[in-house]
Design a protein around this ligand. Structure first.
Ligand code: CA
Length: 294
């Protein structure tokens, strides 16, 4: 038998391969790995297949036998992390991550960190080249979360990092100061009133992730007399909602308009006329309109 095979893990970059001659008159005439001379029986191994060749020359200095050893050095442990999705209110309690690995016997632990807070997954086995893990991200603050996945075997570790945004907060809504407007009528004042329209337009909203976002409000078409609280709301792309309120007060700021009957002249006596005079009674009751003489 002149052909042999062997394999080592990636961390083994060199092996000591010691040929033993059973014939004391024979000698090793050539010892190479991938064509490069081997000294001191130390065989350097590249990742992948390495062809070791040992040629023995017989006592007669003519006959030779070549032995070969195909040495395979495994590639380094490598894990990968699939692009993480945004951490939201919906997924933060059991936030899932996944990835791949390039060998068997790998376990992966993922750690999420935000500031001084962190959360780690349980060790997940990488089966058939893929792994998945979950971690409780609920204790982490909104903003950038660092994701670190460490894969390990008995001999090796590999670390990959990424980052993901956590957003569980709706936009901050800035509202105008509350206003008071005059009543247009007993029904109140329509939202189209210039002061109210300006008030409704003034609200703004900003989300930490999405930036400036649109604001809606629940203003009625007509604000009744009295105080009406208007709620301004805004949502970010993840559906997180923020809101704030301001008050529109409609009050009757104009003095009442007295719709008096027309001037009415009643000709009486020097002593005057009693209020029971029918013409006066009618006048007060506004049964008579216009000028009339009695
Ligand atoms: Ca947000």
């Amino acid at each position: 038998m002149t052909s042999y095979t062997g394999s080592v893990a990636y961390p083994t970059s060199s092996v000591s391969l010691v040929p033993t001659l059973t014939d004391s008159f024979a000698s090793i005439s050539e010892y190479t790995v991938d064509g490069n001379a081997v000294t001191d029986n130390a065989v350097s191994l590249a990742v992948g297949s390495n062809a070791v060749s040992i040629t023995v020359t017989a006592e007669d200095a003519t006959g030779t036998t070549t032995y070969s050893v195909a040495m395979t050095r495994a590639e380094a442990l490598a894990i990968a992390l699939a692009a993480p999705s945004v951490i939201t209110t919906a997924n933060q309690d059991a936030y899932g991550l996944s990835g791949t690995c390039n060998m068997t016997g790998v376990s992966v632990v993922v750690t999420l960190a935000s500031g001084s807070a962190s959360a780690s997954s349980s060790a997940a086995a990488c089966n058939d080249g893929t792994w998945s893990a979950t971690a409780d991200a609920s204790s982490l603050a909104d903003g950038t979360v660092t994701v670190t996945a460490v894969g390990s075997t008995d001999l090796e570790t590999d670390t990959v990092t990424s980052s993901v945004n956590k957003d569980t907060t709706g936009p901050a809504v800035s509202v105008p100061a509350s206003i008071t407007v005059d009543a247009d009528s007993a029904d109140g004042t329509p939202a189209s009133n210039a002061a109210i329209a300006a008030f409704l337009e003034e609200a703004t909203a900003a989300d930490a992730t999405d930036g400036s976002v649109a604001v809606t409000n629940d203003a009625p078409a007509v604000f009744p007399v009295g105080a009406t609280t208007v709620t301004f709301s805004a949502s970010d792309v993840l559906g997180n909602v923020g809101s704030n309120t301001a008050v529109v007060t409609v009050e009757d700021q104009s003095p009442p308009v007295i719709d008096a009957p027309a001037v009415f002249v009643v000709l009486g006596t020097e002593a005057g006329l009693p209020a029971t005079e029918q013409a006066i009674v009618d006048f007060i009751d506004r049964k008579s309109v216009g000028r009339e003489r009695v």
